[in-house]
Design a binder for this molecule. Structure first.
Ligand SMILES: Cc1cc2nc3c(=O)[nH]c(=O)nc-3n(C[C@H](O)[C@H](O)[C@H](O)COP(=O)(O)OP(=O)(O)OC[C@H]3O[C@@H](n4cnc5c(N)ncnc54)[C@H](O)[C@@H]3O)c2cc1C
Length: 303
């Protein structure tokens, strides 16, 4: 089921047709407060009351025209200027900024966004896409990190290479958002069994905790796996860390009760709020993460 859904995420015919289907539009609302930024802003204001920060992301990837990439940058510049009081952060995909078309243009766009984020006292995160982009994404990050401190990158625990990528980034005092990984990757380069991915996630986190404690890095555990977070926290306690030093991020609409609990207990929590109309590929990846979600979609077909 996971493979089928991830195949569907890249199918052009489905990408054109599914977003027009009413039941699909109804089903996606579970993970999006709405398509417009105002809905995302309202959700962020509500989360703020519970001491949960926001991470905004405008959906979209693999743009084929640099004018579209420029519009994305302009949109985020407005978002950053308009949400200063919320201390919200933003997260972008390099292919949404033109990486498929022109790497130099994507770099210039990231530079512009990093500047706008710094000016708004915010933070820019770079999403990690499929493995075809890992080297180029890390290269963009390294080049940006030389000039900017308020910028971070997502790394995927399912890739064997991630331990070496982390070791290579540590001298830069990086900001790393550790995720399990959302794309279909072959077993030559990635763990395919969930228990192996989970074990690597734990090992990588524990490897980074002492650096976090020494303030040599910012680490965000981007996962809904609260058992894994609890295990990592046991190591944090052994290092006499404060709960607020452990940052956890989850997606809007998933395990909201756990986000609230973690924030109440004193952990630093952020909710990634996605919005926009280009939700198709992103939404299929959410279904693939938990195929039981497909039944939720099927129920939307009922009157
Ligand atoms: C803030 C954030 C940023 C991310 N950024 C990236 C990125 O840049 N690149 C990338 O490849 N991936 C990214 N991801 C996705 C990530 O790689 C995983 O695919 C996703 O988080 C599911 O794995 P999990 O860690 O939650 O663990 P899992 O073991 O998959 O899930 C743990 C539990 O959480 C619940 N859960 C998880 N996913 C869902 C879902 N979709 N619907 C309902 N319940 C669910 C279930 O109860 C499940 O048992 C991001 C995830 C988060 C939270």
């Amino acid at each position: 089921m996971r493979r089928l859904l991830l195949w569907g995420a890249q199918n052009r015919w489905l990408a054109t047709h599914v977003p027009r289907w009413r039941f699909a539009q109804r089903a996606v609302r579970r993970f999006l407060p709405g398509e417009g930024f105002e809905s995302a802003l309202k959700a962020a204001v509500d989360f703020r009351k519970h001491n949960i920060g926001a991470l905004f992301t405008l959906l979209g990837e693999n743009v084929t025209d640099l004018t579209d990439a420029n519009q994305v940058v302009e949109h985020y510049e407005e978002v950053l200027a308009g949400s200063r009081d919320l201390q919200a952060e933003i997260s972008v995909k390099p292919t949404q900024l033109g990486l498929d078309i022109d790497e130099a243009a994507a770099f210039a766009n990231l530079q512009r966004l990093a500047g706008a984020a710094a000016e708004a006292n915010s933070f820019l995160w770079i999403d990690m896409e499929g493995s075809a982009y890992t080297d180029r994404t890390l290269d963009l990050y390294r080049r940006l990190r030389r000039h900017r401190s308020d910028i971070g990158v997502a790394l995927q625990a399912y890739l064997y290479r991630t331990v070496s990528d982390i070791a290579g980034l540590l001298p830069l005092k990086p900001a790393i958002r550790l995720v399990k990984g959302a794309y279909a990757e072959p077993q030559e380069i990635a763990f395919t069994a969930k228990r192996d991915v989970d074990a690597n996630y734990l090992a990588l986190s524990v490897f980074m905790l002492p650096e976090l404690k020494r303030r040599n890095l910012r680490l965000v555990l981007a996962t809904h796996d609260v058992d894994l977070v609890a295990k990592i926290w046991r190591f944090g306690q052994a290092l006499e860390m404060d709960r607020s030093e452990l940052e956890v991020a989850m997606l809007y609409g998933i395990r909201t009760d756990e986000q609230l609990r973690l924030a109440r207990e004193g952990f630093t929590v952020r909710d990634l709020i996605a919005y926009g109309d280009a939700w198709y590929g992103w939404y299929l990846r959410r279904l693939a993460e938990r195929p039981a979600n497909v039944w939720f979609v099927a129920r939307q077909l009922l009157p």
